[in-house]
Write a protein that binds this ligand. Structure first.
Ligand code: HEM
Length: 206
């Protein structure tokens, strides 16, 4: 890609990906209000807003982040499988996309109920708790991808080194940073949560 095009795609990538993070933070606030508020009007408004934001902001941002990420990886010297930070981001984004698409239906269901009537405090509790847990997991996942994007840890993969045709002197330095082990543990925790959840063992098991 020409430098001008690369800057354009990078700008679009940051807008979509960090926009996705911001929209999920708002979605989490709505999910918590929908679960805990004593005011039936606020509960109703929260689920109506979640139904709108998932289709008009969160899903488009997710698709935009993934597509621009792939264009950047395949259109620059970064590659897709040459650097651990991009490979891990790619896997996390795929997991985030599966989690999101698996939940558009229950979110639309809650918004549908809210558009018809008020929701009592004890109604659909399992699903409402589920939506808070999923939004929190998605936010952690997006925080992890953003941190990875700025710190770019762990150096090159064996495939990347082969492509580069030699040993990468940078790698030993990265091995010492304990913070990045914490991030790795974080990522594994999120993946574990998602796998348990998608296998139907989630909190509310909708
Ligand atoms: C929600 C997920 C994502 C977030 C929050 C995110 C965030 C970012 C950010 C903030 C940057 C700028 C880093 C900098 O300039 O220092 C960046 C760059 C980059 N991202 Fe992502 N990203 C995400 C997903 C992806 C995916 C899925 C891929 C690959 C398939 C990807 C590939 C890249 C590449 C190659 C760059 C470097 C571009 C360049 O330097 O020109 N990203 N990302």
């Amino acid at each position: 890609m020409t430098p001008r095009l690369r800057r354009f795609v990078l700008t679009a990538h940051i807008i979509f990906s960090v926009g996705w993070l911001g929209a999920v933070a708002v979605f989490l606030a709505h999910a918590i209000a929908g679960l805990t508020s004593e005011d039936a009007q606020i509960v109703r408004a929260a689920y109506l807003a979640m139904g709108l934001s998932v289709w008009f902001v969160i899903v488009p941002s997710n698709i935009g982040a993934l597509l621009t990420g792939l264009i950047q990886s395949l259109g620059t010297q970064w590659g897709l499988f040459k650097h651990y930070w991009i490979l891990v981001k790619f896997l996390l984004t795929i997991v985030g996309t599966i989690l999101l698409l698996a939940h558009t239906q229950p979110i639309s269901y809650m918004a549908g109920v809210a558009s018809e009537r008020l929701i009592s405090n004890t109604e659909l509790l399992g699903l409402r708790v589920q939506l808070v847990a999923d939004a929190a997991a998605a936010l952690l996942l997006l925080l992890a991808t953003t941190i990875l994007s700025v710190y770019k840890p762990w150096g090159m993969t064996a495939h990347g080194l082969r492509k580069q045709g030699g040993e990468n002197t940078e790698r030993p330095a990265n091995r010492k940073s304990w913070g990045l082990y914490v991030l790795a543990a974080f990522i594994l925790l999120i993946l574990l949560f998602v796998i348990v959840h998608l296998m139907g063992g989630g909190i509310g098991s909708h």
